[in-house]
Ligand binder design. Structure first.
Ligand code: UDX
Length: 432
């Protein structure tokens, strides 16, 4: 099938590449000519495992192309996916101007029946507004359908999630676009749910907020474990074996982050408020998340007593493993707090150092270290802030030898406590 993707950010680029991989012909549109030039020259503007190969293979096969022209996309594609940003506004509500702009742009070039699919995360009822905009700005009366098809991909696993989705959600107010949407997704072996547009839009926000709730729940339990002398890992394992609960997303840590996850979560509170519902449960989830970081920071402060001029090694800057994304990263937040207290940092992340340089203050108080085993050299304490799995294999004997004092703050519970203690470390995890 001929498909178009408007917006080549995380969601758009990965979606376009995966659609091409399963045999569709995909034209990706972006308003930024520099980005289009980079993509056409074989460059990939983001780090996402497996993406580069996918893009190169499919551009070489002629199934994946990049352009700045929405007109060409509307002329060529049967189905047009909108994948543009929906950033937060100062009052917490969602800025839908990019979505509206794309709808007007599509309308301006609409001459025959097209299916317009919204993949961006949007407030419930956005599909209705998009349809209204398309009707209002079409130059000639043209048939179209608007579909909501939310994307559930995780950064760092985007290709994997897109190629093997748990479910595909299709929201529409008419049956007409359903066969084509089934055809788009036929190569993906996943259950396809057809529902109304408003429900589809709600599924995305409701699912994400539930995951945030799960994390805050286990983080709250971790605080209780610390007070009671219990171990949150044991509690999570015991809880997770109940199939109704499940073990995934029950890892206590320094709080959830990530630009999409946190933004969508806050947006949902605002969206339901506008619908007349005060979602106090989610507000509490947010408060627990902030508390979790505060408690971890306090733990460092209380253990080290004075932070000024202390040297700390920080492992991890990305908001989670497998990504170079540092937006709304708890790890970066922690570094900023430590720097404000006058600490000196030696930091490392396998992918996010370049992006972290842009957000951490340019200062000789921050040293960027390429080798994770080198980070602890001359440090008073070592902090694990991101759950990169290989941090669990740290050379503890070497760390012990090269540190001034042997103190470990494991913000992601990655290390074996007994092993760390056997190496002579004072170990401080989360809820254990
Ligand atoms: C999330 C959703 O998972 C995805 O479905 C949606 O499309 C976009 O938002 P992502 O932002 O990539 O994806 O991050 P995710 O892997 O969900 O992690 C979110 C945050 O929660 C990270 O900061 C992570 O470190 C934290 N987390 C996750 C925990 O603290 N504990 C856990 O058990 C799981």
């Amino acid at each position: 099938m001929r498909l178009a993707i408007i917006g080549t950010g995380y969601v758009g680029l990965v979606t376009g590449a995966c659609f091409a991989e399963v045999g569709h012909h995909v034209l990706c549109v972006d308003i930024d000519p520099r980005k289009v030039a980079v993509l056409n020259a074989g460059g990939i503007p983001i780090y996402e495992p497996g993406l580069e190969d996918l893009v190169h293979r499919n551009t070489a096969a002629g199934r994946l192309r990049f352009t700045c022209s929405t007109a060409t996309a509307v002329a060529e594609a049967e189905v047009i996916f909108i994948c543009v940003p929906t950033p937060p506004q100062p009052d917490g509500s969602v800025d839908l101007s990019f979505i509206e702009g794309v709808a007007r742009e599509i309308a301006a070039h609409l001459t025959e029946y097209r299916i317009i699919v919204d993949k961006s995360t949007v407030p419930v009822k956005t599909g209705e507004k998009v349809a209204e905009t398309l009707r209002r700005y079409s130059r000639t009366p043209t048939e179209f359908d608007v579909v909501s098809n939310p994307e559930f991909l995780r950064e760092g696993f985007a290709v994997e999630d897109l190629m093997n989705p748990d479910r595909i959600v299709i929201g529409t107010s008419s049956v007409r676009p359903v066969p084509k949407m089934r055809e788009v997704y036929a190569p993906f072996a996943a259950p396809l749910i057809v529902t109304d547009t408003n429900s589809a839009e709600l599924i995305k926000h409701a699912a994400n907020s539930f995951l945030a709730l799960k994390i805050s729940y286990i983080n709250a339990i971790s605080a209780i474990c610390e007070a009671a002398g219990a171990n949150v890992l044991e509690v999570a394992n015991g809880m997770g074996m109940d199939e109704r609960i499940g073990r995934r997303f029950l890892n206590a840590g320094i709080g959830f982050g990530g630009s999409c996850f946190s933004k969508d979560f806050s947006a949902f509170i605002k969206i339901v408020e506008q619908l007349g519902y005060d979602f106090r449960l989610l507000k509490e989830v947010q408060r627990i998340n902030t508390d979790q970081m505060d408690r971890f920071f306090k733990k460092i402060q209380e253990t080290l007593w004075v932070l000024k001029d202390k040297r700390l090694g920080v492992l991890g800057l990305a908001f989670k493993q497998n990504t170079d994304d540092v937006r709304t990263s708890p790890a970066v937040d922690l570094c900023q707090r430590l720097l404000r207290e006058g600490a000196r940092l030696r930091v490392h992340d396998p992918k996010a150092m370049e992006k972290a340089r842009a957000v951490l203050p340019p200062s000789d108080a921050v040293e960027y270290v390429d080798d994770p085993d080198e980070v602890s050299a001359g440090c008073d304490a070592l902090v694990i802030a991101t759950e990169w799995p290989h941090f669990a294999k740290l050379d503890l004997a070497r760390a012990r030898r090269q540190m001034t004092t042997a103190i470990l703050f494991d913000g992601r519970n990655l290390l074996d406590r007994a092993e760390a203690e056997a190496h002579g470390f004072l170990y401080r995890g989360v809820g254990r």
